[in-house]
Design a protein around this ligand. Sequence first.
Ligand code: KIV
Ligand code: ZN
Length: 387
Amino acid sequence: MAKDHVQIFDTTLRDGEQVPGCKLNTAQKLIIAERLDILGVDIIEAGFPVSSPGDFKSVEAIAKLVKNATVCGLTRSVENDIKVAAEALKYAVRPRIHTGIGTSDSHIKFKFNSNRDAIIERAVAAVKFAKTFVEDVEFYAEDAGRTDNEYLARVCEAVIKAGATVLNIPDTTGYCLPHEYGAKIKYLKENVKGIEKAVLSCHCHNDLGLATANSIEGAINGARQIECTINGIGERAGNTSLEEVVMIMKQHPDLNLDTGINTKLLYSTSQMVQEHMGMFVQANKAVVGSNAFAHSSGIHQDGVIKNRETYEIMDPADVGVTESAIVLTARSGRAALAYRAKKVGYELTKLELDEIYPKFLDYADTKKEIVDEDIHILMETSSIKMS
Ligand code: KIV
Ligand code: ZN
């Protein structure tokens, strides 16, 4: 059975770049946009054109450069935002305007001092205005995660009627539990008239560490677009991590969902974004962290040396990592020492291994990690020659 395609909407250059310290110049944004296009994302959210002249310039330059992906610009439900975004996107092969407004009672009351009906009117007007510039209009219901489902369905129905092609259901505050977020998507699929004319999109934040789980639950329940960023960067605790959702769909064929991402470019893309943004991922970050394919305890190392799949559910080559790492520490066993010694040129006999292993443990107790240079020193002190 053919798998359902889930569109990958990358917002590294918008939700990711708005993080303090992650600011990029136009040249850097172009390098990243070009890589995202090669990576195979379906949509690149290039920025928020009205926010600054620099952002306008970057969105315009990205719109001129990108040949495959749709290029999208963010706006509020404000005519001038939409006009400026349309201007910035005018050279795009596939332009999309992403407009929207807060729909939770808290946003309606405190941000807009308004009421539910008036918010629907503003949403509809914004979508209709955006449609005068481009065919592809995505509508976001900000704080949809905390918006009452019945009202959210009314908003969705109204903006579809106005011409919205994609409905973004953001869990802006990262509050939802996966089953709640999945149920919200299911509710909209089942209760919004005209829903077959639009794609439902997940945009989840990671305040409780649930962004990836929520996005996957959304896709399981019928969403066909996931909004995410490289390395999961984004406001506060970040957005859904692109590499995580993509690899979950790849590693779980039973979900029957796929993406157009060339997963072999995930690791190098992650490195590129870290370097340009100066925002480095933790070693234990899923998929792209430096420890994601590193094994350090003796029991795990022995298993991985015998067969990689004993402790790895992904092939590192699939994400562009050359090989699994066997890290030597005081918790490593003989198998790991013999394996790493062989890699640097020493084929140890059983007798040699018996002699060197206690010395290795003593040495390892004094260090965090034994590197290749240390292996040479250990061998020299025991007069073991390279094979
Ligand atoms: O988190 C959010 O709600 C957003 C919208 C502007 C799409 O980033
Ligand atoms: Zn967001």
